[in-house]
Design a binder for this molecule. Structure first.
Ligand code: PGA
Length: 250
């Protein structure tokens, strides 16, 4: 990667609601064995019940890990919720916030996502803020206004270090934004952050998500503002995910 001297590539597997104790152990063993010599930072975002398993199995490796969501609340009578402090308690370094499946299926607003971002930042967990437009929004020419609105909700109180641009129409559909389409949005996002904090914008890692596979990863990573990937379906297959990690080595 020509830009890796400024920003270390970040490749993350979003396992979503997949996995079991047995399949996680096999996947992590294969990843650990296959990552030697890879320059990227490689992360897995696991379902809550498996975070402790992932933490233990990743402890002697360069794999990092995170949660897929967090509560906006610190503690209290919030049945079913998991707080940022609980994640931090056993070493969580990253967490997704604002994934389109949370925004779309669970009605998470920009304001709620910003509160979750703040809850994570308060305990030192790096939030990976997910952004992206729907197909209707893209067709209406609203892509940048949508992602800027999603970003501004967080920028009002924090400068993010990690963004995942995931066009909703590309998630799990087999459709990917072309490298040029994705690059245009990544560049615009970086420029938007630069208006608030120019130095942070240079270090800001912006990864692309949406049907990333071994076959399309290298072309995406060749773009100057695409700093890695958030990978869903392909992250459940060790060979495919490792091939995506290796695609950063160009
Ligand atoms: P996908 O999911 O790679 O299966 O499209 C990406 C994501 O939702 O993070």
């Amino acid at each position: 990667m020509s830009h890796s001297s400024v920003r270390r590539p970040f490749i993350a597997g979003n396992w979503k609601m997949h996995g079991s104790v047995a399949s996680n152990a096999a996947l992590l063993a294969a990843l650990k064995a296959g990552l030697a010599g890879n320059a990227a930072e490689v992360a897995v975002f696991a379902p809550y019940p498996y975070l402790d398993q992932v933490a233990r199995l990743a402890a002697d490796s360069r794999l990092v890990w995170g949660a897929q969501d967090v509560s906006r609340h610190d503690m209290g009578a919030y049945t079913g919720e998991v707080s940022a402090a609980m994640l931090r308690d056993f070493g969580c370094r990253y967490a997704l916030v604002g994934h389109s499946e949370r925004r779309g299926l669970h009605g998470e607003s920009d304001a709620l996502v910003a509160e979750k971002f703040s809850a994570l930042a308060a305990v030192g967990i790096v939030p990976a803020l997910c952004l992206g437009e729907t197909l209707a929004e893209r067709q209406a020419g609203e892509t940048l206004s949508v992602v800027f609105r999603q970003l501004d909700a967080v920028l009002a109180s924090h400068v993010p270090a990690l963004l995942a641009y995931e066009p909703v129409w590309a998630i799990g559909t087999g459709l990917t934004a072309s490298p040029e389409e994705a690059q245009a949005v990544h560049l615009a996002l970086r420029a938007h952050v630069a208006k608030q904090d120019a130095a942070a914008a240079i270090g800001l890692r912006i990864v692309y998500g949406g049907s990333v596979k071994a076959g399309n990863a290298a072309a995406l990573f060749a773009m100057p503002d695409i700093d890695g990937a958030l990978v869903g379906g392909a992250a459940l297959n060790a060979d495919e995910f490792l091939a995506i990690c290796r695609a950063t080595n160009v």
